[in-house]
Ligand binder design. Structure first.
Ligand code: AVJ
Length: 328
């Protein structure tokens, strides 16, 4: 198997020296409580996210699958110039969507290697294995870590040609300011002619958006609540998870979908590894996630602020999702 770059963080995004405990303690001691959404993706959370992607309400994955399927030849034409390049896939997961492009690149006999980056070590092991089986000719260099590890990798390979994939509207989890910071530091590690293909969920009927994050089967609720289960499992937390409820709301002015966990009663929760007890008032909220929805003009401006130019915008047939191809 291709060498796996093992980084300081453990495979599921937690950290041996207590970054998870620290982030939880910090988030829960704020006046407005919050927990970072990157901690959703432990084994159980990744499994629940797989289920979310199959939900009838969660249109994002299908929409982007359609965009990539329908435009694979054009996309690959843009990527593959003369000579070798690295294709870096941020938050690759099972890479079901990326495989469309990898197959097409292989078909065109492009010279490239594939660098999937994900906080789930399990996902990266499985992906490396499945690519070995399906397309043994493709070199795979999986990186286990958070996005900053991907930035480090880009920095270390600065002089080589690169195509970065940032699919799935994962950019939408950042605060606006953070997304600019992230794209600008990414841009600083790219060279002339390098590309960024970024998936963005677009503005649409607010009810369609809301339903995608508040599905009838309750899988998204389970996904959100799993964060408390994870704190119990990994940090010795004593959350009575039944005493919290998932709440999702969409703000159509800002274009932000926000998810919360609401305390159903006044309660105190001890979390062993933080050495602290946290107080919750009845109906107090913990903010757990933002998912931004964009006008294409905003995406253009976002790129522009960091020196990216739009080369092409690929839309799905409903114009509800776009994969934007930027160049430097
Ligand atoms: C994987 C971050 C794109 O925000 O739509 C799905 C995560 N959260 N349902 C998103 C998610 C609730 C998802 N991203």
């Amino acid at each position: 198997l291709a060498p796996m770059i093992e980084l300081s963080r453990t495979e599921d995004g937690s950290n041996k020296n207590g970054a998870f405990a620290k982030d939880v303690a910090d988030g829960l001691s704020q006046k407005q409580k919050h927990l970072p959404s990157r901690y959703f993706y432990d084994g159980k959370g990744s499994q629940l996210f797989q289920q979310i992607m199959d939900l009838p309400e969660y249109y994002l994955t299908r929409a982007e699958f359609e965009v990539l399927t329908d435009n694979q030849e054009a996309m690959v034409q843009h990527f593959a110039h003369e000579g070798f390049f690295h294709m870096i896939d941020l938050g690759a997961g099972d890479a079901l969507k990326t495989k469309i492009l990898i197959r097409q690149l292989t078909k065109q006999q492009s010279s490239f290697d594939y660098v999937p980056v994900d906080i789930s070590g399990d996902a990266m092991k499985q992906l490396t294995k499945s690519l070995q089986e399906e397309m043994p000719e493709v070199g795979v260099q999986a990186v286990v870590g958070e996005y900053f590890k991907a930035l480090q990798w880009l920095q270390q390979n600065k002089s080589e040609r690169k195509v970065v994939l940032f699919l799935g509207s994962n950019i939408g989890n950042f605060e606006m300011k953070e997304s600019v910071e992230f794209l600008c530091s990414m841009r600083s590690y790219l060279g002339a002619g390098d590309k960024l293909l970024m998936g963005v969920d677009l503005r649409k009927d607010p009810d369609t958006i809301l339903n995608a994050y508040d599905d009838a089967a309750g899988i998204t609720a389970e996904f959100n609540l799993n964060l408390l289960h994870r704190i119990n499992r990994e940090l010795g937390g004593e959350f009575d998870v039944d005493q919290f409820q998932h709440y999702a709301m969409y703000n159509p002015l800002e274009g932000v979908m926000r998810s919360f966990l609401i305390s159903l009663k006044e309660q105190d929760v001890y979390i062993r590894d933080t050495g602290r007890t946290f107080h919750f008032d009845a109906w107090e909220a913990i903010h757990t996630e933002n998912s931004h929805k964009y006008f294409i003009e905003q995406v253009k401006e976002l790129g522009q602020q960091c020196g990216f130019k739009i080369e092409t915008v690929f839309y799905d047939s409903r114009r509800g999702f776009a994969d934007v191809l930027f160049t430097t």
